[in-house]
Design a protein around this ligand. Structure first.
Ligand code: GLY
Length: 373
């Protein structure tokens, strides 16, 4: 079992353990110091609503499956809200659906939500938890590597607006994060790569050991190995979140590769997934940083080599002009300057602000120097 304690505005544990779905009820009871009635076996006045999408529900959400069986045995009064998954449903309509469901079932401030799924489910459930009755507790049970490595920890919750991604949301930390590595069995290699990209990002920001482990790995899909790099990446994220929970400064380091990644996702109409786009984004930025003299000599080569170790498709099908236009349409980018995360060395990134008119030449320099490699 791996246990990582996070001390942000809320203190909570991230627990990773094989087979943990089957003991999730006990972990939740312990985390929220709940007791069941010795006669009825029920926890008094404790409703718990599982929020999940239809795909994940079919895999892990059924009442005869380990999670619900464990919650039921622990004495929770269980409800379930199933929504249609996908980025197009990460919106206020889904939030309103969840909030109405909770209100109609008379959930109170002492009841719980549980997000069962990937990053979208975690983000919408967290946002619903942050707003229902001005805030109730929630639990993250991520079912993808990407969600455990990144989105389930740190308390960023929210939805997309027509004007752009993640424009409405709240910082609302979970009370517990539970990850069962057995869920990796149901993920394709490509989906696992999305999580590996974020782990490589964490290594590049603050933990060179992750990069070494990946470069030297011989069993990329081994669950034990993936858990080790996930745990290291979570520790990197924990440190950053504990320093700057509300994203005013150092938390922006977690956006290494992300300005370009968001542009690549948008240019591809989201056919290139987030993790794959982050991999290409990190590769371009590190190449451009090296060419600009901002990184040490080996940094870009090591990042490319690490990404290639896992056979990430690194070819970027878009021009510097297209990427710049897409990046600057991002409603979160305002004013005359843009802040980029620059890898100065493996394990050390800094924030660097450049004029927006220099962005296209910076990206172009990155694209060109990758061709030269
Ligand atoms: N995924 C970036 C952050 O949590 O800040």
């Amino acid at each position: 079992m791996i246990k990582i304690s996070v001390s942000a505005s809320k203190q909570y544990n991230v627990i990773m353990e094989k087979g943990l779905m089957a003991s999730s009820g006990d972990y939740i009871k312990e985390a929220f110091t709940l007791k069941s009635d010795p006669v009825t076996g029920k926890i008094r006045n404790k409703k718990l609503c599982i929020v999940t999408d239809a795909n994940v529900d079919a895999l892990y959400g059924g009442c005869d499956q380990a999670l619900q069986a464990s919650l039921s045995a622990a004495g929770f009064d269980i409800y379930k809200y199933v929504f249609d998954g996908g980025e197009e449903n990460k919106n206020m309509k889904t939030i309103c659906g969840i909030l109405d469901f909770l209100a109609n079932n008379k959930f109170t401030r002492s009841d719980l939500l549980l997000a069962l799924g990937g990053g979208i489910t975690g983000d919408v459930t967290g946002f619903a938890a942050a707003t229902y009755l001005r805030g109730i507790d929630f639990i993250q049970v991520p079912t993808t590597l990407l969600a455990i490595v990144d989105s389930s920890v740190g308390g960023k919750t929210g939805v997309n607006l027509n004007a752009g991604k993640n424009l409405a949301g709240a910082f609302w930390q979970p009370g517990l994060v539970l990850f069962d590595p057995d869920v990796l069995d149901t993920l394709s290699y490509d989906i696992k790569l999305d999580g590996i990209a974020e782990a490589i990002k964490a290594g590049a920001i603050a933990d060179p050991e992750i990069i070494d482990m990946i470069r030297n790995s011989t069993a990329a899909e081994d669950h034990g190995f993936l858990m080790e790099i996930a745990a290291r990446a979570i520790r990197v994220k924990r440190k950053v979140v504990e320093e700057d929970e509300r994203d005013h400064g150092s938390r922006q380091l977690l956006n290494f590769g992300h300005t370009l990644a968001h542009a690549i996702e948008k240019c591809s109409s989201f056919s290139i997934s987030h993790g794959h786009a982050v991999a290409i984004g990190m590769d371009i930025v590190s190449a451009a940083s090296q060419k600009s003299g901002w990184s040490d000599e080996s940094c870009s080569g090591i990042i490319t080599e690490t990404l290639e170790k896992f056979s990430f498709p690194l070819k970027c099908p878009f021009s510097a002009r297209e990427l710049t236009e897409a990046a600057l349409q991002d409603k979160k980018i305002r004013g005359a300057e843009i802040t980029l995360v620059i890898p100065e060395a493996i394990g050390r990134c800094v924030l660097r602000t450049i004029p927006v008119e220099d962005l296209e030449s910076f990206i172009s320099c990155g694209l060109q120097s990758r061709k030269d490699k």
